[in-house]
Design a binder for this molecule. Sequence first.
Ligand code: SAM
Length: 438
Amino acid sequence: MMQLQLFKTLESAKRGKKERSGIYGWHSYYAGYSEKFVASAIDYLNLNSDHLLLDPWNGSGTTGVVASNFGISSLGLDINPVMNIFSAAKSRYLLSQKPILYQLSHEICQTYSQMISEGNPLTEDPLLELMPASVCQGIRLLHLSIEASQYPDYPLSSTLVQFIPISNHPTSNPFQSFFHAALFIITRQLMGWQKSSNPTWFKANSSQLYSDYGLEQIRDKFRTTIQGMVADLETYQNKNQSQVFHLPITMDSREIALSDNSIDGIITSPPYLTRIDYAISTKPELLILRDTTYLRQLREKMMGTPVIVDKTIQINPIWGKFCGRLLENILNHPSKASASYYFHTQTQYFQDVEKSLQEIIRVLKPKCKAMIVVQSSYFKEHEIPLSEIYVEMIQNLGSYSQVIKREPVRGHLASINSKSNQYKPNKVYYEDVVLLEK
Ligand SMILES: C[S@@+](CC[C@H](N)C(=O)[O-])C[C@H]1O[C@@H](n2cnc3c(N)ncnc32)[C@H](O)[C@@H]1O
């Protein structure tokens, strides 16, 4: 392991209990980092309101929410439109537009009531796999009603427009996102979904609790959910900073459509090698928005996907010695599927990391920094020292890098795999902060 020179001023990236309620209680996201970490990282990077901050793996949008409170504008990229919807729904801009928000809510409910009275029959729907037909019909009609409304444009600042050819990359309108997020919240409640240690497990149809929920009751639940969400935004947001934008964009970190040298700082956390299936964890929401084909394609594009997409990728020396050694160990491991499956999913991951880091370096202004939170994990008995691999790869790509914070992790997601202890018991996992300086 590398000798680390650690910095004490950075706060822990682990979320506290409070960060699972309020706006963070809107969705069950298990991969988020803490607000206090983002606040300390903003301080560490010396960012102010003249700067533009980027999070290329935006997830639930913590970076943007905290940056807005500091009066700093930010862009958040995520390949999963569901995460961008949750992130855009937290936009502080909505608070200054409360009357419009309530007017839109009224219109959506009216459209919904109209559709009920017209007796829209339920046809084939991928959501039926996850919930009773009566609930599915209400969710689908609400979605159609949300889609049918007209939403005010998000007033983009002129600074923003000069950086992004937005037309090619869907941004999430905060108003529409707010209603989609409300729909997602009630969907999870109505489908009888229960919390489990594995975020990709769904208890499909397990609960009969809501199976006879009427269509009117679903509309009323939607209304009260919206009121609760407005209250969550109000308790959370610092109202003095209305001039900042926080824009989530559906974009791939391997192909960032931003100009060279345009970003002043990056605070982010990529997918780790913990085999979390990020697309499947938002399956109900993706099936509301799109269809099973889109879900499958998104799954293949996700960094760290458990699906083999390209078997031809070979170990690349630019990934560094730690990475090379790890991949050799996997290739030569005697266990079943190591060479035929795990080697391929892991080479895919490291190739995606390399492409994304190249993009991160390209869009950062010279001398500007990125802070990247990563967790170590294990392949059988072999540690995957992700932070050290990132540091080496960044150095090989020509930028300065070091690990500046290290913390042991309890309740690691890898431990949901009960067999993981058979190779090496009492494993220690770390959450590290990798610094990159262009
Ligand atoms: C660890 S999470 C980010 C957590 C975030 N810091 C938070 O506090 O919520 C990683 C995110 O990367 C996204 N992702 C996966 N592959 C991607 C890609 N190729 N481009 C952009 N985002 C991607 C996933 O959808 C997921 O939301």
